[in-house]
Design a protein around this ligand. Structure first.
Ligand SMILES: Nc1nc2c(c(=O)[nH]1)N[C@H]1C(S)=C(S)[C@@H](COP(=O)(O)OP(=O)(O)OC[C@H]3O[C@@H](n4cnc5c(=O)[nH]c(N)nc54)[C@H](O)[C@@H]3O)O[C@H]1N2
Ligand SMILES: Nc1nc2c(c(=O)[nH]1)N[C@H]1C(S)=C(S)[C@@H](COP(=O)(O)OP(=O)(O)OC[C@H]3O[C@@H](n4cnc5c(=O)[nH]c(N)nc54)[C@H](O)[C@@H]3O)O[C@H]1N2
Ligand code: SF4
Ligand SMILES: [Mo]
Length: 718
């Protein structure tokens, strides 16, 4: 049978795979590609299992009079949804219908979902899980560099670096094949990992690989201000670059001047000498000092914070002071998370954006996109609410009464998840499109079974801003339908204007036109071109003559800001929103394990992954464990101002004694998001998943199970 060249369904590394159809599914093999060099992680190797998950959704489900989800026909399910949407819209206005999208959707689906929300539903209220993931890095890059492309250079460029400062990212577990690109810096003793845990990635700095800074959780901004302080105080900056290519250095330098290393040590617990040594190591690797190159990279550990945007801006300020961005072999980048986290935020799922990374409140952007959609610009709604605010408003007097979810399992993955569950329960109508009965789907009024990954064509934009073809390798089980079809069916039932293509390559062509002239310009691309050229990075505008070659490296000549210069953004520390105190003295940090992906909706259905990583756990330092009489395997409870979670203890000195760590891939009692904080960053709207204050105790009684009672009934219309 034909081998199909495609990419992994999960993270933004988008490892290249070959799928070979077999009688009972597909087999998966690694495929050579610059990013993964033929490698994959355990999730990639086992990815085909989800295609044939025993509980794969194949029938539309509607909650019947019995209160149970019952199979029905597509016709009945779509008629019901359209009828209820019309009723809700007539009674409460168009913004009473909200949409929640996902960074795992293909570019084509992300684009069509944004269009569907704006002109078929007419709602301003669309946002997506990328708000949980990339929004602080995006906001900071836009403020400073004029554009947000996670890595503004190919991943392979990292290979030549002498030093890499990696802040709050655990690539050894979250993108294992990418670790090869850090080998050069490690061999040069220049890998600096900033993480309150001795993560698998922090361990790479051992034996001469570099430096691990283990700050108090939530103090990265202070560490970065301290590094900038040392760079200026010790004359390590690049004055020619600062003069030629940047603006605003004075205010940033003034704020950093107040963060001398001894003060940083007091707040962040990073020893003064280590801080100085780190600044010197980065400077020595920088081009102005004759080094072979340095990078500053950020991950969710520093971004998922109520001061995430400021923290990323501090990281960019440091990179600018050292003269890194826009130079070959050096730079700043954010490591995008979801498979299409990058494209997902370029094509209009975000509440303030239109396709091509255009802003929804820009009249010229509205006219351009309206012309492509064939509608009057006046009917395109304005800015909607960002995710956390949107979820909090569900079912309230002035909030949305209906929510359509496409590609997120918010009952597990949203911060303060019990509260989010209550808001979802307060809706008049919850419609979930998914491939499996996720925790969110299980409590919906209508569940629509859609296609996944290897069952359809499309494109994904990887962490490098490279546009990749996702290809169909297998027919979907009977009953599951394409989301493009679902949106067309609903648009027709809602008498929506515009056209609703079904073929992903036609949708891509429309997306390309809509993006033309925007920041993320895809207009020179098509499925046909991408089929033969797997190395195209945006912007890639349409041209009259020779096709545009795409843009692997941004900023080489100029920054896309008004004056062509990168801006230092003056930032200072405010501390975490939910900081430790007498009645909640321990920091909780959350994150990921290698075997599970996100809410676990997919990976908790893969036997090999469940065997390797069966349940949640809490990492507790031996000193803290001693204080509370906790032994390995004991159930510990973590209590915050929002709720309680419990899981078995792992006693390890890889966490700080003042900190516990818990991954977020499990549901119910083991869902750490019952406890996490929904405080958000004021600029990006990103929630503070990474740091909150808890009390730790050994469980004395079994934890209370999550209520399982089913809620209201929804009638199928006759
Ligand atoms: N195995 C696996 N891989 C994945 C995913 C997955 O779910 N599972 N998801 C994908 C997605 S969507 C994303 S966004 C990426 C995320 O990729 P990463 O950013 O690498 O993942 P996390 O584990 O969330 O967080 C990274 C580290 O931040 C640390 N951290 C916590 N608090 C702080 C802090 O205050 N300061 C600092 N400096 N560090 C802190 C944690 O200890 C953790 O080691 O991974 C992608 N890849
Ligand atoms: N405590 C804590 N919480 C976190 C984080 C953290 O670090 N700590 N990280 C946050 C981050 S970075 C992220 S990205 C979020 C992610 O969290 P979620 O948004 O919940 O992500 P997934 O678990 O990937 O959910 C994707 C859902 O879409 C379904 N799906 C797959 N393909 C398709 C498709 O093509 N169409 C449709 N309609 N559905 C599909 C999957 O089966 C799954 O149910 O979690 C956030 N939550
Ligand atoms: S690193 Fe990411 S893209 Fe690569 S195989 Fe693992 S989950 Fe898939
Ligand atoms: Mo993410």
């Amino acid at each position: 049978m034909n081998a199909i060249a495609t990419h992994c369904p999960y993270c933004a590394l988008q490892c290249a795979q070959t799928l070979t159809p077999e009688t009972s599914g597909v087999s998966v093999a690694g495929r050579d590609f610059p990013t993964n060099r033929g490698g994959m992680c355990q999730k990639g190797w086992t990815s085909a299992s989800v295609l044939r998950a025993p509980d794969r959704l194949t029938d539309p489900l509607v909650r019947g009079a019995s209160g149970e989800l019952e199979p029905t026909t597509w016709e009945a399910a779509l008629d019901l949804v359209a009828l209820r949407l019309r009723e809700i819209r007539a009674k409460h206005g168009a913004d009473a219908v909200a949409v929640f999208g996902g960074g795992g959707l293909t570019n084509e689906k992300a684009y069509q979902l944004g269009k569907f929300a704006r002109i078929a539903l007419g709602t301003a209220n669309i946002d997506y899980n990328g708000r949980f993931c990339m929004s602080s890095a995006a906001a900071a890059a836009n403020r400073s560099l004029g554009v947000d492309r996670g890595l503004p250079f190919p991943l392979t460029d990292l290979g030549g670096a002498q030093a890499i400062l990696l802040l709050g990212s655990n690539v050894a577990e979250t993108m294992p094949p990418s670790v090869a690109h850090f080998a050069g810096a490690r061999d040069a003793g220049g890998l600096v990992v900033v993480d309150p845990r001795v993560s698998a990635t922090a361990s790479l700095t051992e034996n001469g690989g570099g430096v691990h800074l283990q700050p108090v959780p939530g103090t990265d901004l202070v560490v970065l201000l301290g590094l900038l302080h040392v760079v200026f105080a010790e004359g390590l900056a690049d004055p020619a670059y600062i003069a030629d290519r940047t603006s605003g250095v004075d205010d940033a330098r003034r704020l950093a001047a107040a963060w001398w290393p001894a003060r940083v040590e007091q707040v962040a617990g990073v020893p003064e000498e280590r801080l100085r040594a780190t600044a010197r190591l980065l400077a020595a690797a920088s081009p102005s000092q004759g080094g072979s190159g340095a990078y500053v990279l950020t991950g969710r550990g520093v971004e998922q914070s109520s001061q995430g945007t400021a923290t990323v801006n501090a990281a960019i300020n440091l990179a600018l002071a050292l003269g890194l961005p826009g130079r070959i072999g050096s730079g700043y980048g954010a490591i995008t998370g979801q498979g299409n986290g990058q494209g997902g935020r370029e094509h209009g799922q975000k509440s303030d954006q239109l396709p091509g990374y255009r802003m929804i409140d820009d009249p010229a952007a509205r006219s351009h996109v309206a012309a492509v959609w064939g509608v009057d610009p006046a009917i395109i709604p304005g800015k909607g609410k960002p995710a956390v605010e949107l979820l909090d408003s569900l079912g309230r007097d002035d909030g949305p009464k209906a929510l359509l979810v496409h590609g997120a399992n918010i009952r597990v993955s949203a911060p303060n998840a019990t509260h989010v569950g209550d808001r979802l329960d307060a809706l008049d109508l919850l419609v979930v499109c998914d491939v499996v009965p996720s925790e969110t789907a299980q409590r919906a009024d209508v569940v629509l079974p859609v296609l996944q990954w290897a069952e359809e064509e499309g494109t994904m934009t990887s962490l490098e801003g490279r546009i990749l073809r996702r290809r169909k390798a297998i027919d979907a089980p009977t009953g599951a339908r394409s989301e493009l079809w679902v949106w067309r069916e609903l648009a027709t039932r809602l008498n929506a204007p515009g056209t609703w293509d079904l073929d992903p390559s036609d949708v891509f062509d429309e997306l390309a036109r809509a993006s033309a002239g925007g920041r993320a310009d895809y207009s020179g691309l098509s499925h046909a071109r991408l089929d033969t050229e797997p190395d195209l990075y945006w912007p890639c505008p349409a041209t009259e003559g020779e096709p545009h070659p795409g843009t692997p490296r941004l900023f080489l000549d100029t920054f896309p800001t008004a004056d062509g210069r990168a801006r230092f953004v003056a930032v200072d520390d405010r501390g975490p929103a939910d900081d430790v105190r007498a009645d909640a003295p321990i920091h909780l940090v959350t994150g990921r394990v290698l075997q599970h992906y996100q809410s676990g909706a997919q990976t908790r259905r893969v036997d090999e992954l469940v065997a390797a990583s069966p349940s949640a756990f809490v990492e507790v330092h031996p000193v803290l464990a001693d204080r509370h009489g906790i032994a390995a395997g004991d159930i510990v409870t973590l209590t915050s101002a929002r709720g309680i979670v419990s899981a078995p203890a792992r006693i390890t000195d890889k966490v700080r004694p003042d900190t516990v760590f818990m991954p977020f891939h499990w549901a119910g009692d083991e869902n750490v998001n019952r406890v996490t904080s929904d405080a958000t960053d004021p600029v990006s709207g990103m929630p503070e998943f990474k740091v909150c204050a808890v009390t730790v105790a050994r469980a004395v009684t079994p934890a209370t199970p999550e209520p399982t009672g089913l809620r209201r009934a929804t009638e199928v219309p006759a």
